[in-house]
Ligand binder design. Structure first.
Ligand code: HEM
Ligand SMILES: N[C@@H](CC(=O)c1ccccc1NC=O)C(=O)O
Length: 497
């Protein structure tokens, strides 16, 4: 008996909003009991600039979560508490140094106090996280999924230019844009969820035509998310991102260089406990993991390959990429369970592989892989521009004004070797991301080329293309009726004739 295809509505997932909340995120907690939390979050930037956040938080009462009534209020409380938490930890000079407090301020931090999360945050945050099934850290859900509003209510969330953030650390457009590109991608990808559930049901009845149509729509959707991803460059400056925004997004795992060798000391007032969590990452996007799962894209532990696991006939769990799989525990509980259900019913890849003679079906499937690979190619280019290049310039000591010692954080503590650079989620970012890209499968050149050339010069119409080889620097060489061209493989298929 096949497991039932899950109903997204049972997991709070809708075809209009996907993994975004169907009701818009709450902009303020309605109960005045939480006025002090709202005062702090509403003044986060000036409190960070004046280095007063820590003392204000240390003077807070420990508020109870019993006044939170609706799911939207629990989510708003999570957003408030994780933004304050990350501002508290990373907003000082560094997590181990005492920030400059105005003389006479009521409370002074001790040396190690900033590795410590005080009970005013730990107690309510632990209860909110238990209710939402999230870790006590600023996850993708906290800074993206539940942190936006439409500017004009009659325009869709898919319109990136109609979105605004509810909270940021820096108050900058760059930071808003960084989160909102992901929000728009989630909205744009939402309709593909019911489409692919329909494909899974059609595959169960052997209906190739329906599966093909659904895959064609999925390929278009992923292509549209790629267009949105590319817009990151419009309003998020790499220097601002790397040096002003990204330090706040860090987690507390593998963060010895940034002053957190044991992680953070979460003090609930009775039993202080060191804990280590990865920081936020789009690896926590349920939508992108949904694309992988429905297409049968499998990610392995970085540095291993399909051959490694086949030799040992490893069971699929052990051969899975632990980071990508672990990131499900950083997703809201219902979204995590939905992906687990999809895992148990995903059948498209074997359906296609059993019908290699059905060219329309295979081309549609390959087109999805090609678009998902383009997404990862574009993403690697973004990571290069926003992290790797910035990490190099951040290490150039400025002779002009050496100034005070730089704060120790994710930016200033970055290793010199790019291969050791880590993402906020905790991965060795380049090896991990390139492997994830390579595991997205080699699309059939024909489907890939046809899709690319459909936007290309009209006079070039290829009956078919075939790969004739690969140049030393990774360029693909394909030959078609109108000549030979090489595609900048790592630029996501921009063709050079
Ligand atoms: C300035 C923008 C961005 C930077 C610097 C960036 C950086 C990174 C890094 C370093 C990782 C490795 C995991 C980690 O340690 O966090 C990662 C993972 C990932 N990012 Fe981004 N990211 C950005 C925006 C986005 C956006 C907008 C998307 C939306 C599609 C996205 C999709 C992913 C996915 C899906 C992963 C998991 C790896 C994979 O499945 O290929 N990222 N990102
Ligand atoms: N992994 C990225 C940061 C990142 O993408 C991210 C971090 C926290 C919350 C959300 C994120 N992604 C998009 O909004 C980095 O290492 O810079």
């Amino acid at each position: 008996m096949l497991p039932p295809v899950p109903n997204p509505a049972e997991f709070g997932i809708t075809s209009d909003y996907g993994f975004l909340s169907p009701e818009l995120p709450l902009e303020v907690l309605p109960d005045p009991y939480y006025a002090e939390w709202e005062m702090i979050i509403g003044n986060l930037q000036p409190l960070l600039l004046s280095r007063r956040l820590q003392s204000i938080v240390d003077d807070l009462p420990i508020l109870s979560v019993t006044h939170l009534q609706t799911e939207a209020e629990w989510r708003r409380a999570y957003v408030i508490l994780v933004f304050i938490l990350h501002g508290y930890v990373w907003g000082g000079n560094s997590p181990t140094e005492v920030p400059a407090h105005p003389i006479g301020s009521k409370s002074r931090c001790t040396d190690s106090s900033l590795k410590r999360v005080p009970p005013q945050l730990t107690v309510p945050l632990f209860e909110v996280c238990e209710r939402l099934e999230l870790p006590p850290v600023a996850t993708y859900a906290g800074v993206c999924l539940w942190n936006y509003k439409p500017i004009f209510s009659d325009e869709p969330a898919t319109n990136l230019d109609n979105l605004a953030c509810l909270q940021t650390f820096t108050g900058s457009l760059d930071e808003q844009w960084f989160y909102l590109v992901s929000v728009a991608i989630e909205a744009r990808g939402a309709p593909s969820i019911p489409v692919m559930l329909r494909a899974i049901k059609a595959a169960r009845t052997g209906n190739s035509q329906i599966v093909t149509e659904c895959l064609q729509r999925l390929a278009e959707t992923i292509d549209e998310t790629n267009t949105l991803l590319q817009r990151m460059h419009e309003n998020c400056d790499p220097y601002v991102f790397y040096n002003r925004i990204r330090p706040y997004l860090a987690g507390s795992k593998n963060m010895s260089d940034a002053g957190l060798p044991n992680g953070l000391l979460y003090d609930d007032g009775h039993n202080p406990e060191y804990r280590q969590y990865g920081g936020g990452s789009n690896a926590q996007s349920s939508l992108i993991q949904f694309f992988d799962i429905v297409l049968g894209v499998e990610h392995r532990p970085t540095g291993t390959s399909r051959n490694d696991s086949e030799q040992g006939s490893e069971d699929s769990i052990k051969s899975r990429n632990s980071f990508i799989h672990d990131m499900r525990s950083y997703m809201p509980g219902p979204h995590r369970r939905f992906l687990e259900h999809i895992d148990s019913v995903a059948n498209i890849r074997p359906f296609v592989e059993a019908r290699r003679g059905d060219s329309a079906l295979c081309i549609a499937y390959d087109a999805c892989l090609a678009m998902l690979r383009v997404l990862r190619d574009k993403h690697i280019n973004i990571v290069s521009r926003y992290i790797i290049l910035q990490s190099r310039s951040a290490r150039q000591p400025s002779q002009a004004n050496p100034g005070p010692p730089a704060a120790r954080n994710l930016a200033t503590a970055a290793p010199t070797d790019k291969k050791k650079l880590r993402g906020t989620g905790g991965t060795a970012l380049i090896p991990f991301l390139k492997q994830a890209r390579d595991e997205t499968g080699e699309p059939a050149i024909d489907a890939w080329a046809r899709r690319l050339l459909s936007n290309g010069p009209a006079e070039k119409n290829f009956a078919s293309l075939s790969k004739v080889g690969e140049q030393p620097d990774g360029h693909l060489e394909v030959v078609g009726l109108c000549g030979t061209w090489t595609a900048e493989e790592n630029e996501g298929g921009i063709c050079h004739w």
